[in-house]
Design a binder for this molecule. Sequence first.
Ligand SMILES: Cc1cc2nc3c(=O)[nH]c(=O)nc-3n(C[C@H](O)[C@H](O)[C@H](O)COP(=O)(O)OP(=O)(O)OC[C@H]3O[C@@H](n4cnc5c(N)ncnc54)[C@H](O)[C@@H]3O)c2cc1C
Length: 358
Amino acid sequence: MSHAKIVVIGAGVAGLTTALLLAKKRHHVTVVAKHMPGDYDIQYTSPWAGANFFPFSTSEDDPARRWERNTHPELWRLATQVPESGIHVQDARLYVMEGLPTPGFMEGLMSEDPWFKNLVHGFRVLEKPELPKDAVSGTAFKSVCINTAIYLPFLLSQCLRYRVAFRRGIVNHVADAANMHVAAKKADLVVNCSGLMACKLGGVMDSKLIPARGQIVVVRNEAPAMYTTSAVVEGDEEMTYIMMRAAGGGTILGGCYQKGNWSPEIDPNLANRIMKRCVDICPELAGGKGVEGLDIIRHSVGLRPWREGGARVESELIDGVKVVHNYGAAGWGYQASYGMSEDTVALVEESLKPQAKL
Ligand SMILES: Cc1cc2nc3c(=O)[nH]c(=O)nc-3n(C[C@H](O)[C@H](O)[C@H](O)COP(=O)(O)OP(=O)(O)OC[C@H]3O[C@@H](n4cnc5c(N)ncnc54)[C@H](O)[C@@H]3O)c2cc1C
């Protein structure tokens, strides 16, 4: 295969991972993005994520199953062998709460016999004495927590090492990106990793994409493990999770999953509910002092790119330009990042074949 000139739109986890894998295959890649690592903006989801590996794929037929399965080995390798990636291993504890129905999207994760029990390390069912009050059962395994403030610049620096070029720019129509390669008048192909904003990008305008708003509190307190619960009394739009980022990145307290809500504003009542639920599930977090014992660094809001029918990894011809899409991973864009990007690279190489049918 000859080495192609490719423009990747987007410098979130999807764009950076895809650019890296394409560059490792010796393609000439230019990343064009409105936001880059170091920026914090409501249109740029990746910096706001926790982020951890808690599988959410729903069935063996769900492509997200393959993406999660194919991503875990690389995240584990980075966590155990590449400390400068900002990823570390953390014990995860998952509690099924008494009297609260487990929402559908949490069922696979909370199972006592989950599909991923041999993928992750150290999976086991918790004993009764290990459970907090109000929990009826639970599981534990070793997960990873990604400090996105380190990991995104790490990915970017890996890209630079493989000679990826970066340009700031706003793309109005996906086909225009083909004119933005640093070394060619016209790129051979465009990869669209524009995240949630694919719903506004000309030539794409994906109406199946909506935000799933997430609000978190970042605290200085150290957490003894990573936690989540199956459900919370406030309903399916809210949730409880705790994870401590590597290298002094603080501890993330979450959260919520508010579909269709574009608001970047902090909801103070929600923040109070999040903190209360987190200290209830892990009193040690605040030295037994309750919410008063939390030392807040900041409150944050990010918008997950939720897509009806699942994420989109597909090729298409738009106004005569070959385009491969990779967006819409909702709340699992990190834990599926390598799997999705590998499939994207395969589609790119397929699309570049002279006889490709697009
Ligand atoms: C609170 C919260 C918690 C999360 N926790 C986890 C977790 O624990 N594990 C996990 O795996 N995932 C988690 N996620 C989800 C994860 O963050 C997302 O799935 C992922 O970041 C999406 O990345 P992306 O690269 O697709 O999009 P983005 O990060 O939004 O990047 C999009 C890029 O495209 C650029 N762009 C868009 N439109 C244009 C345009 N027209 N022209 C030029 N550039 C453009 C943007 O500037 C940006 O560079 C969480 C998300 C949130 C909000």
